[in-house]
Each structure stands twice: as C-alpha cells, then as structure tokens.
Write a new protein. Structure first.
Length: 318
C-alpha cells in the first residue's frame, strides 16, 4: 500500500495499521522521514506533477493508494485549495496515466456537508453545501474523485471522516491547544485552560479506528461511492475537553470567553454522522473509547514536547 501524506496525523496511523496487519507500506511525503520504520519516497505531489507518482505506481504495483495528504482548516485559503483540490487532481492524473491500477482510498471530510438540523444524523445522501473554505476545498477534491471513478479513470472510494482525534492530533486544533496549555502549566499548579465558548457538539472518532476503516476500504469492493466514518454520536466539545483534562491528571479549570484561544466558525455547531453504510459495506464500527482517545492524545503530546518535529498538514483536524 502506498500512503500519500505519510508524515501527517492520519497517514502515520494508516502506515502503522498496515504494518500491524503484516503488510509493508510505502511512505510518500514531501520530505524524507529519518525516523520512518518503512521505506519512504520523498515526493512533492503538486510540484513534481503526476508523472513522478505514475512512475512510482508502475514500479511498485501497490494494491491500494491512500490519499491522507491535505491541509487542515486553519491553514490559509490558497493552501487549502492547493492541498485539498489541486493535489487530488494530480493524484487522479497519475492514476489515469499509470499502467497499473490500484484502489484509491481518498479521505474526505464531513465538513463537506451542509449544516444539519440538530438531532438529524448526516448520512451519505445529505446535501453537500459547505459553509467554510476548508469544507469547499475538501468537497472539490471529493467531487473530482467521484467523477474520475464514474468515468472509469480510477477505482476509488471516498471516506468522509468526522472529527478525528488521538495521538498526533493537530496542535492547531482545539484539543491540541488545550493539551499545549496543560503541558505549559507549572508543575504542581492549577492549569488555567482558556478557550472560546464550548457550545458545539461533534462526532469524534479515534484515529486508530479511522485507520482500520481505511484498510477495509482498500480491500473490499466498495469503489465509486462515499462512506461516512464516525462514532455515530454527537458529543459536546466541552465533554471532550474535560476528558483530556482528566487524561492529563493535572489540576485544571476551564475558562471560557470570547477571544480566548482560536475559534474558527465551521457552520456545524451540531454534528453526528450515520454509520450504517460503513457497518454494512466495510464491516466497520468504532472500537476505541473517547477516554482512550484522550489518553493517547495526551501521551503523544508528551513525546512531541520531548522531541519536537515540524507538523505536516493532514485532513480532518477539526
């Protein structure tokens, strides 16, 4: 399996899942990965154009390609457009030009959907009317994948991911910022975690469960469609912050206020995905508890503090 965006949050976990299943992933990232435990090919998917990836596919003949590359919603609009749409078009052009035809598993986002009525889970037939530049750029990428699949230019499936959390969560995300404030607090002192008002409810899913869904989608006959991936429950964001505080074991209190922390309006203050399609077609459902996700997130931020590295953009950091 070739993992595009292998240095990112989800790409790293997908690679680990492939190894755990007895496979050997081929990692593709813009820069070399000195600490990688699998073979890595440095490749700038946009800058190098489709020919480099096409040659790689013909040489390696992988069963599947996972597009875990992309930019998070807090990035500049032009960056999101390049990473979430232009990059996808490059990947599709490479697949069309290659003589070898692997399955493409493209990672989309539930932020491609129109805001739902609270209490109404989002299924795959829900209207796609994103309210943010991030959601729009992700939708354009998804539409390109589905069009290529329909035209026979690619064997592809789109996984629309809910809020992915766990080890490696983006430092720019709400939970990443909360973890950073907790790490920065003086030892033995109560940490004051300052956040914007925590009014939203979201569908959180562990990155390990997400990787399991990717592996299932890579091997099963599910091409040409969209499949939602989430826990199937709306959890108050405040509850998730409290779980992270508990995982840290530090005395802490939450202070909410306008202008505290970074809050990006998403247009989705309540969100829950319907997961019936994933259960039916992939035999998949979320296994890891949110407490486990919080513990893994906290543990990983400690490792990051000890050995900082430059974060790579990845999809689904909301």
């Amino acid at each position: 399996m070739v993992v595009l965006g292998a240095s990112g949050f989800i790409g790293r976990q997908v690679s680990a899942a492939v190894r755990a299943a007895g496979g050997e992933p081929l990692l593709v990232a813009r820069r070399p990965l000195p600490a990688a435990t699998s073979r890595c090919v440095p490749l700038d998917l946009i800058g190098d154009g489709p020919d480099a990836l096409s040659r790689l596919l013909d040489t390696e003949r992988p069963a599947a390609v996972v597009n875990a590359a992309g930019a998070v919603w807090s990035r500049a609009q032009d960056t999101m457009q390049q990473a979430n749409h232009v990059l996808v078009e490059t990947v599709l052009a490479a697949l069309a030009a290659a003589s070898w035809r692997p399955r493409l598993v493209h990672l989309g986002s539930v932020f491609e959907y129109a805001p739902p009525e609270p209490g109404t889970p989002l299924d795959e037939q829900a209207p796609t009317r994103p309210t943010t530049p991030y959601g729009l750029s992700k939708l354009e990428g998804t539409q390109a994948v589905l069009a290529a699949s329909e035209a026979g230019r690619a064997d592809a499936v789109v996984l629309r991911l809910s809020n992915v959390i766990g080890a490696g969560t983006s430092p720019s995300s709400l939970l990443g910022q909360v973890a950073a404030q907790l790490r920065a607090a003086d030892a033995g002192q109560e940490a004051v975690v300052r956040v914007s008002p925590l009014r939203a409810s979201r569908d959180f899913v562990d990155v390990r469960d997400t990787a399991d869904a990717v592996l299932a989608a890579a091997s099963l006959p599910v091409g040409g469609q969209v499949i939602n991936i989430g826990r199937g429950e709306a959890v108050p964001v405040r509850t998730m912050v409290e779980r992270l505080l508990a995982a840290s074991g530090k005395p802490a209190r939450i202070v909410e206020g306008a202008g505290a922390g970074v809050r990006t309006h998403t247009g989705l203050d309540w969100m829950q995905v319907a997961t019936g399609t994933a259960r039916r077609l992939l035999g998949w459902s979320a296994r890891h508890s949110l407490d486990s996700s919080a513990r893994e997130l906290w543990r990983a931020t400690g490792a990051h503090t000890a050995a900082p590295a430059s974060p790579s953009p990845s999809p689904a950091q909301h």
